[in-house]
Design a protein around this ligand. Structure first.
Ligand code: NDP
Ligand code: 8X3
Length: 250
């Protein structure tokens, strides 16, 4: 069945792969992010290759006004089937006493508050559908905190907690809530985390084969395509070389 799916952070990494996966299966998309050029190029490509409808929404998830102006009450978001809350980032990898407070605020505002704003803004569209699904992207960082992970780990722990809470509160609307917690995955994540230091970013993925964005897209697609009475609540996924947040065999 052709579904209507909103993916945040589709300009790169997991979100880009998730958009491609759902497009290839013939679903209509709403894709979001801050980099309009990338989103418009992806939209044009997917309309052409998959023959689907793609709506581009450009906004910063940290900005509550922008989120609500872009999403709330838009008739294009009525009867939404699936929201994938993927937009997020880590900034810096420092001991807590050395932490950059601006980085902390950006992570909290993006990974937690942004997810809350987007979800609240589009919920009427899911509820109007009489059923629906929210898939939140957490992290192994939200399952076990690691050295120098402090605030990033805290935001992803919060994503885990809010996913549990959403699942309870949205039962009455027949909305499934799934949280997917990937381990180390090769995307632009480390370039962002290390603020363009390509050498440090590359070193994160050396000596083993990390997860690829397509692996996460496959898992999200699987979770979204189960029978109506089945909900996968939580998935923790790592590459074969990784056991959890801190055991990585190189
Ligand atoms: P990327 O950096 O490749 O992609 C991040 C996406 O999030 C981009 O599309 C970016 O779009 C969007 N984004 C970031 N900040 C904002 C913002 N303020 N407003 C709107 N969109 C924003 O990283 P990944 O694909 O790896 O990360 C996706 C998610 O997966 C994140 O939540 C991350 O924490 C999580 N994760 C990543 C892992 C990894 O090892 N890579 C492992 C586990 C979880 P734009 O810049 O255009 O706004
Ligand atoms: C990203 C994975 O290990 O860098 O969420 O925290 S890790």
């Amino acid at each position: 069945m052709r579904k209507k799916i909103l993916v945040t952070g589709a300009s790169s990494g997991f979100g880009n792969a998730i958009a491609r996966k759902f497009a290839a299966a013939g679903n209509d998309l709403i894709i979001t992010g801050r980099r309009a050029d990338r989103l418009e190029a992806l939209a044009a490509e997917l309309r052409e290759s998959a023959g689907i409808d793609v709506l581009v929404k450009v906004f910063d998830v940290q900005n509550r006004e922008q989120v609500f102006a872009a999403l709330h009450g838009d008739p294009a978001l009525e009867n939404l089937d699936l929201l994938v809350n993927n937009a997020g980032l880590a900034l810096g990898r420092d001991h807590f006493d050395q932490g950059n407070i601006d980085d902390w605020e950006t992570m909290i505002d993006t990974n937690l508050k942004g997810l809350l704003y987007v979800t609240r803004a589009v919920l009427p569209g899911l509820i109007s559908n009489g059923k629906g699904h929210i898939i939140n992207i957490g992290s192994t960082a939200g399952k076990e905190a690691y050295e120098k992970g402090n605030v990033y780990c805290a935001t992803k722990t919060a994503v885990d907690a809010i996913s549990q809470s959403m699942r309870i509160d949205l039962l009455k609307h027949r909305i499934k809530v799934t949280v997917v917690h990937p381990g180390a995955s090769e995307t632009e994540f480390s370039m962002v985390r290390f603020k363009g230091d390509a050498q440090t970013a590359k070193a994160v993925y050396e000596g083993y084969k990390p997860l690829q964005a397509e692996d996460i897209a496959d898992t999200v697609h699987y979770c979204a395509n189960l029978p109506e009475h089945v909900c996968i609540n939580s998935v923790v996924m790592t590459c074969t070389s990784q056991a959890n947040s801190f055991y990585l065999y190189k």
